[in-house]
Design a protein around this ligand. Structure first.
Ligand code: GLC
Length: 467
């Protein structure tokens, strides 16, 4: 099907219209040439923002499904979360003590990258600058950066090198808010100076570190959204340097619209909430999305927060996301010395064990066109359906309406055959069971599985569909 070029910008429309007029009037080759050039260039800019172009750009992202979020900065010193300056009303002068004390002697991003890879993660997004304005990267537009602390080096450069070396994709979180820059949130023309600063820093991030896979802007609120950030200009600049990069949806556009703004984003970013279903745009088409989630209840290192999720919770959530066409970006908050908290490491390692046996049911998978079963979730890739049994379940696992549709069933973790059949207890046949229901009779002990408490209790049955 021929792709039509949509003209979404009045200036472009006027430009083309005028040249058409001149062309007809003068029958002039020069105008024909300018006209063709303007059509091609406008389609290059705006064509990037069609649904199809976004699907192509996000292909690797939808395949990857699982990433690591890293919140790290000088707020790790007070260790009360990344909002500490704002929440406790700490002046910039008083906050300076944390800049002076920041000395990440244990920072070894190669270890972080190995951990992410072991956990089954395929990409990582790090806070290049958070709301407090401190930059982990060597920006030439500020001295409020890692190179001026006791670290004396560009911590982002090392992050990028280490994660790429493990074959992971890399992304930068960049805070639109900035509590250090005096021109931020001004109501006068000085605000433009902040915008200029912000654009220049983003340009540094997309030009000094090679190929960047994700840009994660955070966040818009009230009148501070969209063109208040000069978002069109910002993203045109970004795309000039990194045409393939994918961006989140927090610059304030509407990615659900039929013709989203160029800055509307490539994926939705629900925070600390799993959406109840596949997320769709206004035309009813599924859009990529990513749940961002803390491992305890804090993004930045918080020494008093021991409310950790279990590995079981994490895997359960990951499967939940994938079954709705989403990703999971799971956060770690390294401490002031550069260590990922011990408990986080343990959880990620346990997640990794499960992933090494079951990743096939996650990577590149999406929703199955089946009703959600009570014992867990389905995911699907081509003609394979994965039945993830995550919940406590009495009796054999029922695949509703699937009788005659499955060629074979095996346990994904070790390839063991799973027998399919009718439920063996005669008293439960008949009115209790649907006509087309079939059971995985040898997946679980017949009298009920023990309540799930560790990750290994999550079993995945691989169901090959009849052609
Ligand atoms: C919120 C918070 C921020 C955190 C982010 C992660 O926007 O302000 O601290 O980085 O969520 O999604």
């Amino acid at each position: 099907m021929a792709k039509c070029i949509k003209i979404r910008n009045f200036d472009t429309f006027l430009f083309i219209y005028l040249h058409l007029l001149l062309l007809f009037k003068k029958n002039n080759m020069k105008h024909l040439f300018i006209l063709l050039f303007s059509i091609v260039s406008s389609s290059m800019i705006f064509g990037q923002n069609t649904y199809e172009a976004r699907q192509t750009r996000t292909e690797w992202f939808r395949e990857a499904r699982f990433g690591m979020f890293i919140h790290w900065g000088i707020y790790a010193v007070p260790a009360r979360g990344e909002w500490v300056k704002n929440r406790e009303n700490i002046s910039t002068e008083n906050y300076q003590q944390y800049f002076d004390a920041f000395d990440p002697v244990d920072y070894n991003p190669a270890e972080w990258a190995k951990l992410a890879k072991k956990a089954g993660m395929k990409y990582a997004v790090i806070t290049a600058k958070h709301h407090d304005g401190f930059c982990l990267f060597d920006s030439k537009y500020t001295d409020y950066k890692a190179t001026k602390t006791l670290a004396r080096r560009d911590l982002i450069r090392e992050f990028v090198d280490a994660f790429r070396a493990e074959g992971l994709k890399v992304g930068f979180y960049y805070s639109l808010l900035d509590w250090y820059q005096p021109n931020f949130e001004r109501k006068d023309e000085k605000f433009d100076e902040y915008i200029d600063y912000m654009h220049k820093q983003v340009e540094e991030l997309v030009t000094n570190y090679g190929k960047i896979d994700i840009l994660w802007f955070d966040y818009s609120y009230g009148e501070y959204r969209g063109e208040k950030w000069k978002a069109t200009k910002l993203i045109e600049m970004v795309k000039k340097h990194q045409p393939h990069v994918i961006i989140d949806n927090r610059l304030g556009g509407n990615m659900m619209a039929d013709t989203p703004e160029i800055y509307a984003g490539d994926f939705g970013g629900p925070e600390q909430i799993t959406p109840p279903a596949v997320i769709k745009d206004n035309a009813g088409r599924p859009v990529p999305w990513e749940l961002c989630l803390t491992l305890n209840n804090s993004w930045g290192y918080n020494k008093n927060d021991f409310n950790y999720k279990t590995a079981h919770n994490v895997i359960y959530t990951l499967i939940n996301c994938v079954s709705k066409n989403g990703n999971l970006l799971l956060n770690v908050g390294p401490d002031a010395k550069g260590n990922i908290p011990k408990r986080s490491v343990e959880i990620l390692e346990e997640v990794g064990e499960w992933m090494s046996a079951n990743h096939e049911a996650i990577y590149g998978c999406g929703p199955a066109q089946l009703e959600k079963p009570e014992w867990g979730w389905y995911t699907q890739k081509g003609d394979v359906i994965y039945a993830h049994v995550t919940n406590f379940n009495i009796g054999q696992v029922c695949l509703r309406g699937m009788d005659g549709k499955i060629k074979s069933a095996t346990l994904l973790a070790d390839g063991t055959e799973i027998r399919l059949g009718e439920i063996s207890n005669i008293n439960t046949n008949g009115p209790y069971v649907g006509k087309n229901d079939i059971f995985l009779t040898s997946l679980m002990p017949r009298m009920g599985t023990p309540p799930p408490n560790d990750a290994s209790s999550i079993k995945v049955a691989k169901l090959l569909l009849q052609k």
